[in-house]
Design a protein around this ligand. Structure first.
Ligand code: ARG
Length: 474
């Protein structure tokens, strides 16, 4: 390692080289290399702005842009692999540029600091990642919508407190996750607007003495706006925290679905069968087939929450403006992005081809419980019995039926009428699971008619979102 190179990076003020362990401790190249393509693009825009404003000549600007492009090629071909002597991706690029284009390379950093540079890179990076995650959310929804379409008529027990509550259309259950991920998609779109602000030209903290044009470089990078205050521009990480909030909520949603799939795949529930392509066996128990994918998703959720917490704590005590603490934002962000992207991909595959709903068993499950009890009370209430009175009466019936080992459908008409004279023969039809579901025809409810409508709306919304996501690809 050439540690004397590190001391030369800063200025002649330094007389001796960094201690090798401190150089390694200080270096971020091990992880911020992830930003390289965005660093190159940001630097190209900066060079063009310098030429545009006459701070450097047009020819110099072109040389810088071409040199940066050559580094991009080298990197893509695996030929540019800077080590820790470079400290970080920004220095690594600048050094290589000077090797490639000579002294003009040393002009790149005119009117710029690594502080506004790293902020620019991080925003460009996050912008691209947000677009990808939004795309993935739509792909995930597409699978849910296809499954919902297939399972409008499939019934599944609905739970509160994990106790059988009322039966549902399976499509209604699946569409709940479409709604959650729709909010995720929307939220990321709103956050994107704030990520899409340029700090380039804020300098180290106070702006610059050069006649730069921040709007020009921002426009080249397709930023929608520029930071109005240089101190805020170089030290703001709100956009990263907002992203981590949104990422955490995506993980909450994936983790809840994961938990359900894990339960559903158990012998006790038996609502889904896991396919071999998405489950693994045990090294000792030959009968086992484990739901590794949803378990990993559930497990990885904590990492993203942790990164959100880390960034909040990172920021809370920082005096203005840049502090080296901010270098710690990157691994939190990169790992969260990778985790969310990986989990979305895995869950999409799992739903698409990794599991099968056991429709017969599901339809059967809802006939074996008291989840039609509310409907008996509703039946009486519809005939004018005050609901609370009806509710109490049905509670009594459930108690005596349980004791007799019977279900509500097994009561004779005589028994019903002894309970209350308002019962008639149509009570049997009213409490079949299918009718219980169909009857919940209030807006947003599980009634088949509502579910059909909700599905149609969700499909339309998906198509519109798909259109904007295709258009907004950077
Ligand atoms: N690697 C640094 C970071 O990620 C770049 C900015 C360094 N700025 C500074 N003033 N030391 O934060």
């Amino acid at each position: 390692m050439n540690s004397s190179a590190s001391s030369q990076t800063w200025s002649q003020r330094f007389e001796s080289a960094l201690h090798p362990a401190i150089a390694a401790f200080n270096a971020s190249i091990g992880f911020d290399i992830e930003l390289i393509e965005f660093d190159l693009t940001g630097s190209q825009a900066h060079a063009m702005m310098l030429a545009h404003t006459g701070i450097i000549s047009a020819a110099e600007g072109e040389q810088l842009v071409a040199g940066l492009e050559q580094i991009r090629q080298e990197y893509r071909e695996g030929k540019f692999q800077p080590g820790i002597e470079a400290e970080d991706v920004h220095f690594a690029v600048e050094r290589r540029l000077t090797e490639l284009v000579g002294d003009v390379g040393k002009k790149l950093h005119t009117a710029r600091s690594r502080n506004d540079q790293v902020g620019t890179d991080t925003r460009l990076y996050l912008r691209a990642q947000i677009s990808q995650i939004r795309r993935q959310l739509l792909d995930f929804q597409a699978v849910l919508l296809r499954l919902a379409e297939q399972h409008i008529e499939t019934l599944i027990p609905g739970y509160t407190h994990l106790q059988r509550a009322q039966p549902l259309s399976l499509a209604h259950h699946l569409l709940a996750y479409v709604e959650m991920t729709q909010r995720d998609w929307q939220r990321l779109g709103e956050i994107y607007q704030r990520v899409n602000t340029s700090p380039l030209g804020c300098g180290a903290l106070a702006g610059t003495t050069f006649p730069i044009d921040r709007h020009y470089s921002a426009q080249l990078l397709q930023f929608e706006s520029v930071y109005a205050n240089s101190l805020d521009g170089v030290s703001d990480r709100d956009f990263a925290i907002e992203f981590l909030c949104a990422a955490s909520l995506i993980m909450v949603h994936l983790s809840r679905l994961s938990e359900e799939v894990i339960l559903w795949a158990s012998e006790e529930f038996g609502f889904v069968t896991l396919k071999d392509s998405c489950s693994t066996g045990s090294s000792i128990m030959p009968q086992k087939k484990n739901p590794d994918v949803p378990e990993l998703v559930r497990g990885k959720t904590g990492r993203v929450f942790g990164h959100l917490q880390a960034l909040l704590v990172l920021m809370k005590g920082l005096p203005l403006a840049y502090n080296k603490d901010l270098q710690e934002d990157k691994e939190a962000l990169f790992d969260s992005v990778k985790t969310v992207q990986g989990c979305l991909e895995a869950m999409t595959i799992l739903l698409n081809e990794g599991l099968e709903f056991r429709t017969q068993r599901l339809n059967q499950a809802v006939t074996e419980d008291f989840s039609n009890a509310t409907d008996v009370a509703d039946y009486l209430a519809a005939k004018g019995v005050p609901f609370r009175e009806a509710y109490n009466l049905v509670g009594k019936v459930v108690k005596t039926s349980l004791a007799a080992g019977k279900l509500l459908k097994d009561l004779t008409l005589d028994e019903w009428q002894t309970l209350h004279p308002a019962f008639e023969a149509d009570i049997y039809e009213a409490i079949t699971p299918r009718q219980v579901v169909a009857a919940r025809n209030s807006f947003g409810g599980t009634g088949f008619e509502q579910v059909q409508k909700a599905l149609a709306t969700a499909k339309q919304r998906w198509s519109a979102a798909n259109q904007t996501s295709v258009q907004s690809q950077h």
